[in-house]
Design a protein around this ligand. Structure first.
Ligand SMILES: *[C@@H]1O[C@H](CO)[C@@H](O)[C@H](O)[C@H]1NC(C)=O
Ligand SMILES: *[C@@H]1O[C@H](CO)[C@@H](O)[C@H](O)[C@H]1NC(C)=O
Ligand SMILES: [Cu+2]
Length: 169
């Protein structure tokens, strides 16, 4: 059971984290300092942003850097307005989001997110250890047998799965 938990944790990290924009102190609103919020987190490819807000009061518009700087939402890259919007951070680079309700962006409702490649982090000095874990699953039925995972743990504590193999009997 313990080993099963170790592997589940590794999978969760390898597949990315979810961040609610503005949390835990705020949300997608007119009060949160998003410069401070974004600087507290390092975003990696595979992570996800959640914008949670009242869809009546606000929206989320992804824009270019120039439109972000100018608070201009008239040429959106993408528009979200459900109040519970997920944005996948698939690629490395910078992404820019504003609220296009008049006055909100210039009042601070804008966030820049810088995304780093997760693959780069796996290389070189960041590697702390490699561990191999194996665990048995239910012996009856089609999924019985042994599973082994080769895990790599970075110095920051993230766990990556290098390989996952199964041995059926
Ligand atoms: C937001 O936070 C940043 C970094 O902590 C700070 O430099 C900036 O002045 C803050 N902005 C406002 C409007 O308080
Ligand atoms: C916003 O950008 C569009 C082009 O994308 C431009 O035509 C418009 O003048 C801009 N509005 C403001 C207020 O700068
Ligand atoms: Cu708004």
């Amino acid at each position: 059971m313990f080993l099963m938990t170790v592997v589940a944790t590794g999978l969760g990290t390898a597949f990315g984290a979810s961040y609610t924009v503005g949390a835990p102190g705020g949300s997608w609103d007119l009060k949160t300092n998003y410069t401070r919020w974004a600087s507290a987190t390092t975003f990696y490819t595979g992570d996800k942003l959640w914008f949670q807000y009242s869809g009546v009061e606000h929206n989320v518009v992804e824009v270019s850097k120039a439109d972000y700087d100018a608070c201009n939402g008239s040429s959106p890259i993408a528009t979200f307005k459900t109040g519970n919007d997920a944005v996948a951070l698939a690629a490395s680079g910078s992404r820019y989001f504003i609220c296009s309700v008049p006055g909100h962006c210039s009042a601070g409702m804008k966030v820049q997110v810088n995304i780093r490649s997760k693959v780069v982090r796996c290389r070189g000095r960041g590697i702390r250890q490699r561990v191999s874990v194996c665990f048995g699953a239910a012996r009856s039925g089609r999924h019985g047998g042994w599973y082994c995972a080769l895990l790599l743990e970075s110095t920051k504590g993230d766990v990556y799965i290098l390989s996952l193999s199964s041995f059926f009997r």
